[in-house]
Design a protein. Structure first.
Length: 218
């Protein structure tokens, strides 16, 4: 029986008739016992509430997250609304990933999550927990040898200002792994989410064509 039910039972109004006819020693004892029980239960409920952990009510309070980036664990305390892009650049010092539009339009912020390309400006950092994130900083071998796609971009002059290049390279690697680099037309189609304001597109296609053969051998 809940405290509320006990209180109701102990305070239910009786009709005048019942009051005069039925109020005897038994009903007096029953009512007193019910009231005592209700008070005890209320006291216990109050004590439980006082000892319960405080509920976090501030939605802006930092959330602790563990993010695995380029094989390394990072523990960060971030506003839950922080994008993966801002977490990488502002909180982990990984500025290789670029912020172009910050609206999912240009592809400059492309990173890999479990090998799949994602736009880090449209991905909450919290969504990356439990996944392997790879950025441009994580591509070269420990001895500094460039990834075949990085090397192909250098060899084919596949950039001018270089601002879009990290996103282009991450996207190009995924494009090859997805099996979408079969022809120039296919490469152009599946790289169309990555904009290059310097219009290095022909060189980017050449770089992807060269790297895809080396990646298959690797
Ligand atoms: S910065 Fe993410 S798509 Fe442009
Ligand atoms: S190389 Fe300048 S934006 Fe692509």
């Amino acid at each position: 029986m809940s405290a509320l039910e006990v209180i109701r039972m102990s305070t239910t109004k009786r009709s005048p008739d019942a009051a005069t006819r039925g109020f005897n020693r038994r009903s007096f004892l029953t009512t007193t016992a019910a009231s005592t029980m209700a008070l005890t239960m209320l006291e216990r409920a109050r004590a439980d509430a006082a000892s319960a952990p405080a509920v976090q009510s501030d939605a802006r309070a930092p959330m602790t997250m563990r993010l695995r980036v380029n094989g390394r664990e990072h523990q960060v305390a971030l506003d839950g609304r922080t994008s993966l892009l801002d977490a990488l650049r502002e909180h982990m010092g990984l500025t290789g990933t670029k912020k172009g539009c910050d609206h999912g339009q240009c592809g400059a912020c492309t990173v890999l999550m479990d090998g799949q390309r994602v736009l880090s400006c449209l991905t909450f950092a919290a969504m990356a927990e439990g996944h392997d994130v790879t950025t441009i900083e994580g591509l070269a071998a420990p001895d500094g040898t460039l990834h075949p796609m990085q090397q192909a971009f250098v060899d084919h002059d596949a950039f001018q200002c270089g601002y879009c290049t990290p996103g282009q390279i991450m996207s190009a690697i995924a494009c090859v792994h997805e099996g979408h680099a079969g022809s120039d037309a296919e490469i152009r189609e599946y790289m169309s989410g990555n904009i290059c304001r310097c219009a290095a597109y022909p060189n980017i296609v050449d770089a992807v064509n060269e790297a895809k053969t080396k990646m298959k051998r690797a």
